[in-house]
Write a protein that binds this ligand. Structure first.
Ligand SMILES: [Zn+2]
Length: 427
């Protein structure tokens, strides 16, 4: 049996459950010593079979034990959990189905077995079966909230955004949990679907609902701004874009370009200057986010991007070092002028190196997304740069913190991976 630490812990819990059942049985049946001995012997026999990877025989032993010793349910649940973690879903399903079929089972255990069976189905990708069970359990006082949470997982996976929204509203009321930012995303997803179908008014209504749930939902503000642009109302669009921009500066890559472009379209130079002055008082990390947005987006002109170059290079010292080695940047760049044409020459490299990494689980995507496809967290993917060398040497830089690119991934003597990449991309 190949034991990972998690499985070892589960196995220990299973052994503990056997001992607890044995203790309870002992107290209740002090006079029936023979039965007690038989129970313990069967439990140990089952554990021994598990250790020898004879899982089918072990399963038979534990199922027989459940028939003769009703108190052994903790052993059964622990065993099923162990099987599920090992990916042996047929076995965990069989244990839980065996539970549910027992007519003498107390209601609390029956619901617990139903919930665990739904989790088995979810793990097996049998979403329809899981959904049916979870809907039945959703009213239960003990497992209802957990069942609603699992239903959300199913609806998100199926992109059933109306069902997800209704379930999240119910979950929020029953758990006292704040789900407004997630509810806003569900409304935005439904709105985007409506837009794809050409239902702009319905989409606008749903985006407004999203803002009602979360006034800082920059995704909804952005979309409402674009709708206003489409209606020719540039001033209202700019108002929305500014709300989106200031809602969370970490997402400047998504909000700054449209903000900037609308200021330009309206020829509102004073408004843009006011925004830039206000940016002087935000944190360095937030200004670095704006610098990243200004340098990457092709809609931002080179002159404007140039004003952000200093702060961007300060956040990416490895890039600055490479540019100095290439002769594109003077060694004294930190205290002196930077070539005017550098933003345009740099942009292709930045676009090519741009990734989006989940703050929660570290999953990395090539394209921006509102939801992490790995951990399913919302608004967790932020831009960072991956500089990839010819031999697969990889260094990473996070725009929100000063990276240690050179320290993490030392280059071969005299040539930094970035330099090689730079030569190949001919910026
Ligand atoms: Zn994630």
């Amino acid at each position: 049996m190949n034991f990972t630490p998690t499985l070892a812990v589960l196995f220990f819990l299973l052994l503990l459950a056997v001992i607890v059942v044995w203790g309870r049985t002992r107290r209740r049946r002090r006079r029936s010593g023979r039965r007690l001995t038989r129970t313990m012997r069967r439990s140990l026999e089952g554990l021994g079979l598990l250790l020898n990877d004879e899982t089918d025989r072990a399963l038979e032993v534990f199922l027989r034990l459940a028939e003769t010793v009703p108190e052994a349910h903790e052993v059964q649940f622990a065993l099923a959990h162990l099987f599920r973690r090992r990916g042996e879903l047929e076995r965990s399903i069989r244990i839980h189905q065996n539970f549910i079929a027992r007519p003498d089972l107390p209601r609390s255990l029956h619901v617990r077995a139903l919930y665990e069976l739904a989790c088995d189905y979810l793990s097996a990708g049998l979403h329809d079966r899981a959904e049916t069970l979870l809907k039945d359990i959703a009213r239960d006082s003990t497992y209802g909230v957990r069942a609603l949470g699992r239903l959300l997982t199913i609806y998100e996976y199926q992109s059933a955004w109306d069902e997800a929204y209704a379930t999240a509203v119910r979950l929020a009321s029953e758990s006292a949990e704040t789900l407004d930012p997630i509810l806003a995303h569900y409304r935005c997803e439904a709105a985007e679907r409506a837009q794809r179908l050409g239902h702009t008014h319905e989409a606008a209504r749903l985006y407004h609902e999203a803002v009602a749930h979360d006034s800082r939902c920059l995704r909804a503000h952005l979309a409402l701004g674009r709708i206003a642009l489409g209606q020719g109302d540039d001033r209202r669009a700019l108002d929305r874009f500014e709300q989106a921009f200031w809602a969370d500066l970490r997402f400047a890559f998504a909000t700054y370009p449209e903000c900037y472009a609308t200021f330009r379209r309206l020829e509102d130079r004073r408004g843009l200057l006011r925004l830039l002055e206000r940016l002087e008082s935000v944190s360095t990390a937030e200004r670095q986010s704006v610098a990243c947005a200004a340098l990457i987006d092709p809609g931002v002109d080179a002159e404007h991007a140039h004003r952000w170059l200093h702060i961007f290079l300060e956040a990416h010292p490895a890039l600055a070092t490479s540019l100095v080695l290439l002769g594109l940047l003077p060694e004294s760049w930190a205290d002196g002028p930077i070539p005017e044409d550098l933003p345009l020459r740099l942009r292709p490299l930045l676009v090519r190196s741009l990734r989006f990494r989940c703050l929660h689980c570290g999953y990395t995507l090539h394209q921006e997304s509102w939801q992490c496809p790995s951990c399913r967290k919302w608004s967790s993917l932020l831009p960072h740069f991956e500089w990839i060398g010819e031999e697969g040497t990889r260094a990473q830089a996070d725009p929100s913190s000063v990276p240690a690119v050179l320290g993490r991934s030392p280059p071969p003597p005299n040539v930094h991976p970035l330099v090689r990449l730079e030569r190949r991309t001919r910026v």
